[in-house]
Design a protein around this ligand. Structure first.
Ligand SMILES: Cc1cc2nc3c(=O)[nH]c(=O)nc-3n(C[C@H](O)[C@H](O)[C@H](O)COP(=O)(O)OP(=O)(O)OC[C@H]3O[C@@H](n4cnc5c(N)ncnc54)[C@H](O)[C@@H]3O)c2cc1C
Length: 393
């Protein structure tokens, strides 16, 4: 075995499921995260400025091509893609979200919904991270019900389309070279996808300030006003919201890995702290009630990682359905939210200080819990599948 040490939170050594070569990829990513990302993560989180200087280092890891067939040979197993994502989140959930939006949502939209020509035109440069992507679905009035309530319009005008509307919360939106915009065709009411260049004069982006979670991620309010996009930049294989959903099905599984990495990091901080912090003349780790909290966290992590691993295998076998990804997203994010709160509790008063590490994970968990479909929405997806009754409205 090439051997990466399993993270302390990987109690059942799920990392052993990776091949030697896959472990080498994870080891390379971990080294970069520990030397380049960890030292600056908090500083960027507090200033809410994106660390653009890290992009070349990310690019050199050559991980953005992994999920995609034909960019660097065959696609990697989802298991490897998942472990890479878990490692990034373990170092910094904000950077994992940046990477997930670029690599999963934006590149995934082009991979799933683009023509062969469009895949060849955009994906190689995005895989090299020379061009960064964003994914514009959510709107000011359309969050959970965006499938039904999408208000941004697309009107065909000769060889061009004219987009009008507003998008909200779009991660990487302020600086991404390419923004995938989902809009409703006024002619037939269907949802279509468009790749809009950042310098398109019809698109303006404004950074959303004052977030309490994932502060390093640059979320944007976007206004599209008479935004002209050539027909050649309409994603040719996106003909309805069902196609948008194919992208989300893939990325919701990704959030399960990010959540697991987030809670694992919080647990490991709490465990270290509990062994060092003395009260009543001994380490707090020696108290039964503290051990109960730590073991509860470890159980949450192990169950979540087990579910993520199994989902990845089902995705590779093409047997994963929407409801599998939805359950993984809903379950792991719920367990993450509980776990980071328990970790914060173990660290006591210091747990509310950013300096002790756990507070950032505690705060970041809130965004993971709500994006890519809230707990309620993913629960309704699973509920519909197991009962045959839709309870959405
Ligand atoms: C940090 C961050 C990054 C994001 N990045 C992106 C991005 O890159 N691209 C993008 O397109 N979007 C992005 N989003 C948007 C995200 O996907 C939405 O916030 C999410 O889908 C929820 O929508 P909403 O915020 O409008 O909440 P709402 O839909 O208004 O929901 C509010 C509450 O009502 C509940 N609710 C709604 N409907 C029902 C129902 N039928 N039954 C029960 N409960 C219900 C919800 O579960 C939730 O608790 C991001 C969000 C955040 C916070």
């Amino acid at each position: 075995m090439a051997g990466i040490d399993p993270l302390d939170g990987d109690f059942f050594h799920f990392a052993d499921e990776l091949t030697d070569d896959e472990q080498k990829v994870v080891a390379r990513v971990r080294e970069f995260l520990r030397t380049e990302v960890a030292p600056v993560a908090l500083q960027h989180w507090t200033s809410s400025e994106f660390p653009h200087q890290l992009i070349p280092g990310f690019a050199a890891l050559d991980i953005a091509a992994l999920p995609y067939d034909g960019l660097h040979g065959p696609a990697a197993r989802r298991l490897l893609v998942g472990f890479v994502s878990m490692e990034i989140a373990h170092a910094d959930p904000s950077l994992n979200s940046f990477f997930g939006i670029h690599n999963g949502l934006a590149m995934g939209s082009i991979d799933i919904c683009g023509s062969d020509e469009q895949r060849e035109r955009w994906l190689p440069a995005m895989a090299r991270m020379e061009q960064i992507g964003a994914f514009g679905l959510t709107e000011p009035h359309g969050g959970s019900d965006v499938a039904r309530g999408l208000e941004t319009t697309a009107r065909r005008d000769g060889d061009e389309w004219v987009l009008d509307g507003e998008k909200r919360w779009i991660g990487n939106g302020t600086f991404a070279d390419l923004v995938v915009i989902w809009a409703r065709d006024v002619a037939d009411d269907s949802v279509k996808g468009f790749v809009v260049a950042q310098d398109n004069p019809g698109m303006t982006t404004t950074k959303i300030e004052n977030k309490i979670a994932l502060r390093t991620v640059q979320n944007a309010d976007i206004v599209l006003s008479g935004c002209r996009v050539p027909e050649a930049d309409r994603l040719q294989r996106a003909t309805s919201f069902a196609d948008t959903n194919k992208v989300l099905r893939r990325t919701r599984g990704g959030v399960a890995w990010g959540s697991t990495g987030t809670m694992m990091a919080a647990y490991e901080i709490a465990l270290r702290y509990a062994k060092e912090r003395q009260q009543f003349g001994r380490p707090i780790a020696g108290f039964q009630l503290v051990q109960d909290l730590l073991v509860q966290m470890l159980g949450n992590i192990t169950a979540s990682l087990g579910m993520a691993v199994r989902l990845a295998k089902m995705q590779d076998a093409d047997t994963a359905r929407d409801e599998h990804a939805a359950l993984a997203k809903a379950f792991t994010t719920t367990k993450m939210r509980e776990t980071v709160a328990l970790a914060r509790e173990v660290v006591g008063g210091n747990g509310v200080l950013l300096d002790y590490g756990v507070a950032k994970f505690f705060a970041d968990a809130e965004a993971l819990y709500s994006f890519e479909g809230t707990k309620q929405i993913n629960t309704l997806v699973v509920g519909r599948a197991i009962t045959g009754h839709s309870a959405f409205v």
